[in-house]
Design a protein around this ligand. Structure first.
Ligand SMILES: [Zn+2]
Length: 428
């Protein structure tokens, strides 16, 4: 069997390899083969431990000796243009790794840990078809809702979810539904993680006075058709983004929340009055990511009692069987290959907008959305499990909390109530 380094030779040619010696070459190549998004090199008592993040999950890999780990860190510094001397403050650099027509760009962060250093590598580049909305996992009905909101050409679309739930990818896919070559599109992001063709991407740089709020105000003076905001975290940015949406621009923004109604709460909590949200909001996409089962080794299992309960409580038909992860050479024994989204896609029509303007509580707004046929993320996830795209373990991993939230709201969870009450009392 060819070693990773030998495969690398075949694939990249001698010219490239000369600039990336081992152990760096093997480290990066192994990550690319496994489709890791991140590589961590942590210092431990025995030396340096390598960890890969694949499809959102950390997998411990080999432990390098202290000497080998130090060589790797030094090679990383050289390749990413960082000072060779051991650093006493965190440092960030970037290196490029050509791969056929593509070019991986890898952000390297080194940080002092006790008397040594550890490293993090983030693979930034993505294949060009990554911005294709049909790759995200929307149902045809949800995709139609998304498409008509984007082509409405004004108002605000919010993409919400936890950290690492794929919000930025969705935002870019939404923007790519428009012909970006014939629109003026600006983004303000913190940080810019991926490049999007034709989009003027501005990165927040608070050290030099470029805050998100300042960036947004500048964009508004530059005749934008479409504005992307990643992500709304402060009051000033929230208010400017909402005003831009009211003034006939299309604003697509990410915001941290657990579900569609929670996104409305978050925006209001940041100081945007309910009547402004009701008038500007067109669509909310709440999402998370689940791992896709490897089609080569997934095996059928009977539907257990707990799973039956979940399906029936969610008003869904109980499937004949479900699939479960196993492991084979095709998926490097992980049992999974790639990820897909689970979504709650809430279109804001006149009725929902009126509800929002009236300052409806989270639970009331959620009930209103369910009555109008908006499925929860958990329901979307259960459907994906029933279709064999993923397994129940994955749905529980990402949706339990969300279901918990819905249950909490049924019991009127005190924190949510408090936030809703605070929002309500300072509205208008
Ligand atoms: Zn497999």
């Amino acid at each position: 069997m060819a070693t990773a380094a030998q495969e690398c030779t075949t694939r990249f040619g001698e010219g490239i390899i000369a600039s990336y010696p081992d152990p760096l070459r093997t480290c990066i190549w192994n990550a690319i083969v496994e489709k890791a998004t991140d590589v961590h090199v942590h210092c431990v008592a025995e030396g340096f431990r390598v960890l890969h993040r694949v499809d959102g999950i950390i997998h411990p890999k080999e432990v390098l000796s202290t000497a080998e780990g130090r060589t790797l860190l030094n090679q990383l510094k050289t390749a990413s243009g960082l000072n060779f001397v051991r650093s006493f403050t965190p440092k960030e650099g970037q290196l490029a790794w050509p791969d056929g027509d593509m070019r991986w760009e890898i952000r390297v962060t080194l940080t002092p840990v006790r008397d040594r250093e550890s490293a993090h590598l983030r693979f930034l580049s993505m294949p060009k078809d990554q911005w294709d909305i049909s790759s995200l996992g929307f149902t045809p009905i949800d995709q139609e809702k998304v498409s008509s909101a984007v082509h409405g050409l004004n108002g605000m679309i919010l993409v919400t979810g936890a950290t690492g739930s794929g919000k930025t990818t969705t935002m870019y896919c939404l923007a790519s539904l428009m012909d970006l070559s014939t629109t003026t599109t600006y983004s303000i992001e913190d940080p810019v993680e991926f490049r999007l063709p034709y989009v003027q991407q501005i990165e927040v740089d608070e050290q030099h006075g470029l805050t998100m709020h300042e960036g947004l105000r500048t964009i508004l003076r530059m005749d934008p058709d479409l504005i992307l905001v990643g992500e709304i975290r402060d009051e000033a940015s929230a208010v400017v983004a909402a005003r831009a949406a009211l003034s006939g621009r299309l604003v697509i923004a990410t915001i941290h929340a657990q579900d569609a109604a929670g996104a409305v709460d978050s925006l209001h909590y940041l100081g945007v009055p309910y009547h402004v949200i009701g008038s500007s909001l067109r669509l909310v996409i709440a999402q998370n990511l689940v791992r896709r089962l490897c089609p080569d080794c997934a095996r059928p299992v009977a539907v257990g009692d707990e799973d039956r309960d979940l399906f029936s409580q969610s008003g869904m038909e109980i499937p004949d069987h479900l699939l479960q992860a196993d492991g084979c050479p095709e998926c490097y024994s992980y049992g999974y290959k790639g990820r897909t989204g689970v979504f709650e896609v809430a279109a804001v029509d006149d009725e929902v907008a009126t509800f929002i303007r009236s300052g409806a509580h989270h639970r009331e707004l959620t009930d209103c959305l369910r009555k109008k046929g908006t499925r929860s993320m958990a329901q979307d996830g259960l459907e994906k499990a029933a279709m064999g795209v993923t397994c129940m373990e994955e749905i529980r991993r990402v949706c339990t909390f969300h279901q918990g939230i819905e249950l909490m709201h049924r019991r009127m969870d005190p924190l949510s109530l408090e936030i809703a009450e605070m929002s309500r009392s300072d509205s208008n």
